[in-house]
Write a protein that binds this ligand. Structure first.
Ligand SMILES: Cc1cc2nc3c(=O)[nH]c(=O)nc-3n(C[C@H](O)[C@H](O)[C@H](O)COP(=O)(O)OP(=O)(O)OC[C@H]3O[C@@H](n4cnc5c(N)ncnc54)[C@H](O)[C@@H]3O)c2cc1C
Length: 482
């Protein structure tokens, strides 16, 4: 096992794309850099993302996509009601196109620029090989620039010098070791696995009313250490919420049945009543938000044989990543349904009547029958008198077989914690920067007011991770030489 360098200019806490981007830019500026990663392998949640936001990129220009940085900025600020840091948002948007080129230069390939929402601007630059390919490319470039990367080495404390950090305590090979440094970049990916904080700041119960996906060991270490250094808090309690149906370890990630279950047909709450315009199916944030209103942690998606036939023969309405593009015909849906039903899971059910389905879902059968009857009337009339859903999605449920998937409230990460300025410098409660301390990616607050903004800036979480990392690395090297 390699040794830990006992002295380095910059310590980066975490090896997701935010940390690796920071490391790379700081090294590019001439600093000696060490990245410490808590887990035995690098990349964290960043291994999973699929698309990165950018506006004004070469790919968009080639396709004549007329969406300007000004428009993206205005839309983003409007969505967040200006309860975010406008300078931070502007710098993120302004640097997004250049960041696609920056990633390309480091070997990242892009497949297309697209969007899964009907009326949203095409900002989602799909990466070949998902985030894992970006992590690999950045780690390789960082190593070429002399960056030391150490895995299985959690940073536990930042040591305080006269002006900002003087070092960190890192656990390496079972021992606590002090590493001297002048700059610390906090890039530890938030607190998605910290049940106490999720309860305290988001009011949700981890594993019961909300379940994290793609996050391991995220206890908010970086946020805690920044606070201990005098940082102000910003953005605690904002989760990147989504709704997943069916969700359980026995079902593979993004499967055909999920592709069918997430469609805007008929959804009911744990009582068996409709609760929203299912047309919001395209907008993950709205889905996660509406689902999180239910303390049970779930709602249901219903469909029947007629709807199933439509998905097989004509295709689905809403896509699911690049796995199930919009209009995709779910050829293997019958086989997958049979397989899922044979698991006798409590997350996905099939029945020959609404009464039987209600029994399996543990909802009042009379309530569910009334809901389905009323919904079928809306379908016959071509008008959703309850939630004004687009008539295109009004397809009645007549059987003979009925299906229900439990739709769980899940989240892809927490989005905030440490207050920063647009240079990614960590600031105290008076807005004064703490010298030598930076926070990036999911540890940084100021970008999301209360919900993840995805409609007009799809892919902004990964873009923010890379861009905030780059900005931190650049400013760190200026700080060291200044
Ligand atoms: C399934 C899934 C799909 C997604 N798809 C998209 C998408 O398509 N587009 C998009 O924009 N976003 C997407 N996201 C969100 C996006 O992946 C994240 O917002 C982004 O990658 C976060 O990067 P990060 O560097 O801040 O955190 P991370 O990538 O999580 O990196 C943080 C690292 O810090 C490490 N760490 C924690 N504590 C310590 C410590 N004490 N010492 C050392 N290391 C520590 C962690 O182990 C982790 O490796 C998705 C997320 C998931 C889960």
């Amino acid at each position: 096992m390699s040794e830990v360098p006992l002295e380095t200019d910059v310590v980066v806490v975490g090896s997701g794309v935010s940390g690796l981007s920071a490391a790379l830019e700081a090294a590019q500026g001439g600093a000696s850099v060490t990245v410490f990663e808590k887990q035995p392998s690098i990349g964290g949640t960043s291994n999973f993302f699929e698309g990165i936001f950018a506006v004004g990129s070469a790919m968009q220009k080639e396709k004549y996509i007329a969406y300007s940085p000004d428009q993206a900025f205005k839309n983003f600020m409007e969505y967040n009601h200006w309860r975010v840091d406008a300078r931070l948002v502007r710098s993120l948007i302004n640097r997004s196109a250049d960041t696609i080129d920056w990633l390309k230069t480091r070997g990242v390939e892009f497949l297309e620029v697209t969007i899964n929402m009907p009326d949203a601007p095409r900002t989602y630059h799909v990466v070949k090989g998902r985030g894992q390919a970006v992590v690999k490319a950045l780690a390789l470039s960082a190593k070429e620039k002399g960056v030391a990367i150490r895995v299985a080495s959690p940073v536990k404390q930042i040591l305080r010098g006269k002006r900002g950090p003087s070092g960190v305590v890192v656990e390496f090979d079972g021992k606590d070791t002090e590493v001297a440094c002048r700059v610390v970049v906090i890039a530890s990916g938030g607190y998605a696995n910290n049940a106490e904080w999720i309860k305290k700041y988001a009011g949700l119960e981890l594993g019961r009313t909300v379940t994290p996906m793609g996050n391991i060991g995220k206890t908010g270490d970086g946020i805690r250490m920044a606070w201990e250094m005098g940082a102000a808090a910003e953005g605690m309690g904002v989760l990147h919420l989504i709704r997943v149906a069916p969700f359980s370890p026995e079902f593979p990630f993004m499967n055909t049945v999920e592709g069918a279950a997430i469609q805007p047909v008929l959804w009911v709450d744990p009582k068996g009543e409709r609760f929203c315009d299912e047309g919001i199916a395209y907008y993950d944030t709205s889905l996660g938000n509406v689902n999180s209103r239910y303390p049970q942690g779930y709602t249901f998606c219903l469909f029947d044989d007629t709807i199933k036939k439509r998905f097989i023969e004509k295709g689905v309405f809403r896509g699911m990543g690049t796995v199930v593009p919009p209009g995709c015909k779910l050829h293997d849906l019958n086989e997958q349904l049979q397989h899922f039903l044979s698991l006798n899971s409590r997350e996905f059910f099939g029945a020959d009547s609404i009464e039987e389905l209600a029994l399996k879902m543990e909802v009042d059968s009379q309530v569910l029958k009334t809901t389905v009857q009323q919904y079928n009337t809306f379908c016959a009339q071509g008008r959703d008198a309850e939630f004004a859903k687009d008539p295109e999605y009004l397809i009645p449920l007549n059987g003979p077989r009925f299906y229900a998937a439990k739709a769980r409230t899940c989240f892809l990460g927490t989005m905030g914690g440490v207050k920063i300025n647009h240079r990614t410098e960590v600031v105290d409660q008076y807005g004064s920067p703490i010298a030598g301390l930076y926070a990036v990616g999911l540890d940084a607050g100021g970008l999301h007011a209360e919900s993840y903004s995805m409609r007009d800036t799809s892919g902004i979480a990964s873009a923010f991770a890379v861009i905030s990392g780059r900005v931190a690395g650049e400013n760190a090297s200026k700080y060291l030489t200044g």
